[in-house]
Design a protein around this ligand. Structure first.
Ligand code: FAD
Length: 406
């Protein structure tokens, strides 16, 4: 049995950020990550300017990424519209794309360097309560180990099934959204533009990343995917989806004309948008497992790092680290409230945009409205949290002092 002050399950952006700030404040932290890094991830990889202070604090802001994104756009049917992206956050005020292979590895390294012990590749397989602490059993080829701590943080994302009570149950329905992502060389997308794509049965986005590569990520309903694949049985699922998007969405067909796929397609899902418990049964949740917005607004990484920092701040405010259940419950309530204030609005906005994009009748009205008033795209970016300042100061976690916690 190995004792820690906190065990974080999952070393993606949410878990690595929470682990980084706790370790930097002197906590004994274990982060359990089941995959070897660097690893690719289905994601559009755009990070809003508001999250930059957190990445800077962790020293991972210097990663080579895409150009600043100054315009938001809409590619829907024949419509190709753009409008200014609202400026927000620290630094130059613009978001940009960072490769997940690099971002996630660098964030986890930052946590390791600040003193967290990273168990990788180890998988958390069970959690049970001890008298005053909780025991997490982790497994790898080498065998199993038991880690123990008063604080457990679930940061394992929401797309993978598993035996933990914090993991979501399997589901299968025609309306499930399956996710795809690929990168292209030689695409004609303007470097400062991030268009939202809306096509029959799904939505997505495009953005330029490092080395001039353009990433396209999207979600498509399971029933539509089956229909699209039936019409193109020789093609891979990713290629069939792309053909469907290009056949229905002029902006994508034009931007990718003559472009070459630079890496194979990745697929994941079904994704599970929605607000979930942020704290239950003595376990905190950060990132996607606490709540997931439709990726149409490209805010998931920001919500992951911001929720990780927010929870670290609240935990560091506790007078001592061997938190009893009553104190854990208090912190859990404060965190759940702060989380709702910070993120609930953008989840609602994302759900409305996803509905507008995917319902054929609404999509027509949506695109005519945006063609008449492109400023609606700027408004949409504002509603999706692109400029919402972090309502707490994660950087306060350095000395265990919460600055500005709600
Ligand atoms: C199509 C698409 C496009 C997107 N585009 C964007 C975008 O442009 N911008 C944006 O901000 N967001 C985007 N997102 C959302 C973003 O990818 C997620 O919100 C983000 O990855 C959530 O981070 P996380 O740390 O909560 O979870 P994850 O990134 O999923 O990390 C969880 C980690 O936990 C590990 N893990 C899982 N189970 C266990 C276990 N039992 N034990 C140990 N480790 C475990 C996994 O290996 C993984 O590394 C997009 C999503 C999709 C589907």
């Amino acid at each position: 049995m190995i004792d820690y002050d906190a065990i974080v399950i999952g070393g993606g952006p949410a878990g690595a950020t929470a682990g980084y700030f706790l370790a930097r404040a002197g906590w004994r932290v274990a982060i359990v990550e089941r995959s070897e890094f660097p690893r690719r991830k289905v994601c559009g990889e755009f990070i809003s300017a508001t999250s930059w202070p957190i990445l800077e604090a962790a020293g991972v802001h210097d990663i080579q990424g895409g150009p600043p994104v100054r315009r938001v756009g809409l590619f829907l049917g024949q419509a190709v519209v753009s409008a200014p992206m609202p400026r927000g956050g620290a630094g130059n005020g613009w978001g940009r794309a960072l490769r997940r292979e690099t971002l996630d590895a660098r964030l986890l390294d930052a946590a390791r360097e600040s003193g967290a012990q990273v168990w990788q590749p180890w998988r958390a397989v069970s959690l049970r309560a001890d008298e005053t602490r909780q025991v997490c059993v982790i497994q790898a080829r080498a065998g199993a180990r038991e880690l123990r701590a008063p604080v457990i943080i679930a940061a394992h994302g929401s797309w993978e099934r598993g035996p933990l009570a914090t993991q979501l149950a399997r589901s299968q329905s025609p309306s499930d959204l399956l996710a795809f992502k690929a990168r292209f060389l030689g695409a004609g997308l303007e470097p400062d533009l991030m268009p939202l794509l809306a096509f029959p049965g799904g939505y997505g986005g495009m953005v330029q990343g490092d080395g001039g590569r353009v990433g396209l990520s999207c979600c498509i309903r399971r029933d539509l995917l089956e229909a699209v694949r039936a019409g193109d049985p020789a093609a891979s699922a990713g290629a069939a989806v792309l053909r469907h998007i290009c056949a229905t969405t002029r902006g994508v067909a034009e931007a990718l004309e003559g472009a070459q796929l630079s890496e194979s397609w990745l697929a994941a899902g079904p994704i599970r948008p929605g607000v979930r418990a942020r704290y239950a049964d003595g376990v905190f949740r950060v990132g996607n497992i606490a709540g997931e917005s439709h990726p149409i607004v490209a805010e998931g990484i920001s919500m992951a790092v911001q929720s990780g920092g927010m929870l670290a701040d609240l935990l560091c405010a506790a007078p001592d680290r061997s938190l009893g259940r009553r104190r854990l419950d208090e912190v859990g309530r404060a965190y759940a409230t702060a989380w709702r204030r910070q993120f609930a609005g953008r989840l609602r906005a994302a759900a409305v945009f996803a509905c507008l994009a995917m319902q054929p009748r609404l999509a027509g009205t949506f695109s005519s409205a945006v063609e008449r008033a492109p400023g609606l795209l700027t408004l949409g970016a504002l509603l999706s949290g692109k400029t919402k300042p972090i309502g707490y100061v994660a950087l306060g976690a350095t000395d265990g002092r919460v600055a500005g916690a709600p």
